[in-house]
Design a protein around this ligand. Structure first.
Ligand code: HEM
Length: 468
């Protein structure tokens, strides 16, 4: 039977492109899933899926799933392909073998990294305290991004890491990488390089749609990646000691991981703290504070079940990369995905937002998908352990915030450690409430290239010190 979807999507991709250029692609595709179900044609050669079975087929079959599309060329660094931008399986596997062990949980949990993350989380909490009743703009001031930047450079480059939470010079580098207003410019360069060349001056000077330029970050990474004495737990140490990669590829790979680790973790924390600050989440916030304040101070973060549930629920509702992760349906006979025959070379994808926000009645995974409810990740009263484990397995099959399969997020353990350490420091010391100056819709998710940010580009939260 024909693939469901609007009639126009059979003949044109213009509507989809319109939504890309207006930063509403994720919301548009989600609205189509709500209307047509978990399988939707979104353009003549492009089909979106939102089920756990489709995600498994596209991203996990034969280990790392289907090959990436040329969309990923947009993310090349110094014109080099990094692990993230390799398109085919074997090229990717070769690069991943070089890097993977630095991102294993056992490496992240080592003293050097965890102590460094905790120290940065304490610095962050100090800034919240300074903000006092006046509050802190968690998005505009980029404090969460500064925290993520300092943590990721610790993992990549220690002792040459940054200190952007307190040092204005490092902060300038971080700001350059995080304020990205190049969406339209980059989309045009992808879809029509000729038009992009012809309109370049007009775009930059008249419409202020500038290409992405990051000279401070480039020179920071190029200089740092050439340093010979990085600590053994760092990615740089691994790249220098275990690979024969040219220096420019070492720098490109490092810059890619640095960029991948800032907006993602920063935005995930921003949306989550905002949600926890809402009156509707007060009981969850209190539950979290109680767990954090009653646990012995040396309890490892991964041994705090409610904290884990809060982080999982935050990433489920507000995945920092909510957008489609496009792949090519393999050449040859094509594939059958969710009972639909998909021709070879069709672009197929799932967007984490929809996989995690479509209810079972629409063919999705999570009941009451728009309700922020950390308790769903814990054993319910009256539920047996076996029933809970079965339910949890189902939820994890539909959890896509870190992607899936061999090309899923390599930085997952680092990101989780950062998020948990920061939330522990914040909610062990403060309660948070939204600032009344925030308007409706300001915290809606607006698309960037694959990540998202608050549409209003601010997030005003007040921090209220808890009794000692
Ligand atoms: C909450 C934080 C994060 C989220 C939600 C997230 C999400 C993701 C997702 C969805 C992908 C798959 C992208 C795709 O298929 O196109 C991915 C890949 C990747 N992530 Fe993350 N990420 C986070 C933090 C980090 C951090 C801290 C780092 C590094 C320090 C990192 C490095 C990478 C890299 C290098 C890849 C490419 C993996 C590959 O191609 O094999 N990420 N991430």
């Amino acid at each position: 039977s024909p693939i469901p979807g609007p009639l126009y999507a059979r003949v044109t991709s213009l509507i989809l492109k319109y939504h890309e250029f207006t930063a509403t692609r994720t919301a548009y595709i989600h609205s189509l899933h709500l209307r047509y179900g978990p399988v939707v044609r979104i353009a003549p050669n492009e089909v979106a899926f939102a089920s756990a079975t489709a995600a498994k087929e596209i991203y996990c079959s034969n280990g790392s799933g289907y090959d990436k599309t040329e969309w990923y060329d947009l993310f090349k660094v110094y014109d080099r392909r990094t692990m993230f931008t390799t398109l085919g399986k074997s090229e990717h596997a070769k690069r991943k073998r070089l890097l993977a062990d630095r991102y294993a949980n056992s490496n992240i949990m080592k003293g050097g990294i965890m102590e460094g993350i905790k120290e940065r989380a304490r610095t962050f909490a100090g800034l919240c305290e300074k903000g006092g009743k006046e509050g802190v703009d968690l998005y505009e001031t980029k404090v969460l991004h500064a925290y993520a930047f300092d943590c990721v450079t610790l993992h990549l480059f220690h002792p040459h890491s940054t200190n952007s939470l307190t040092d204005p010079k490092d902060s300038e580098i971080m700001l350059e990488v995080t304020f990205d207003s190049s969406l339209q410019n980059r989309l045009l360069s992808h879809y029509s390089p000729l038009l992009h060349r012809l309109l370049n001056t007009f775009l930059s000077n008249i419409l202020s749609l500038k290409p992405r330029e990051t000279p401070l970050a480039d020179s920071f990474v190029l200089d740092t990646a050439a340093q010979p004495n990085a600590s053994p737990f760092t990615l740089l140490h691994r790249l220098h000691s275990q690979s024969s990669l040219p220096q420019i590829d070492i720098a490109a790979e490092s810059l890619d991981h640095m960029a991948a680790g800032i907006d993602t973790t920063g935005d995930a924390l921003c949306f989550l703290i905002w949600e926890l600050s809402q009156p509707s989440s007060l009981s969850y916030q209190k539950h979290l504070q109680q767990e954090l304040r009653s646990a012995p101070p040396d309890t490892p973060v991964e041994k705090l079940p409610y904290l884990d549930a809060v982080v999982m629920e935050g990433l489920r509702m507000f995945p920092a990369i909510p957008m489609s992760l496009p792949r090519y349906c393999p050449p040859g006979g094509g594939s059958i995905i969710d009972n639909y025959q998909i021709p070879p070379n069709t672009i197929v994808s799932c967007q984490p937002y929809s996989v995690q926000r479509l209810g079972p009645e629409k063919g999705g995974v999570f009941p009451e998908p728009d309700r922020f409810w950390p308790g769903r990740w814990l054993k319910a009263e009256g539920e047996t352990q076996a029933e809970f484990e079965e339910r949890e397995r189902g939820m994890k099959r539909g959890f896509m915030a870190f992607g899936m399969g061999g090309r899923g997020c390599i930085g997952k353990h680092l990101a989780l450690a950062e998020m948990k350490c920061l939330l522990r420091e914040v909610y062990g010391r403060f309660g948070t409430v939204p600032d009344g100056r925030m308007g409706r819709g300001e915290m809606e998710m607006a698309d960037l290239l694959v990540s998202s940010r608050p549409r209003g580009q601010r997030c005003l939260v007040r921090f209220e010190k808890l009794d000692a």
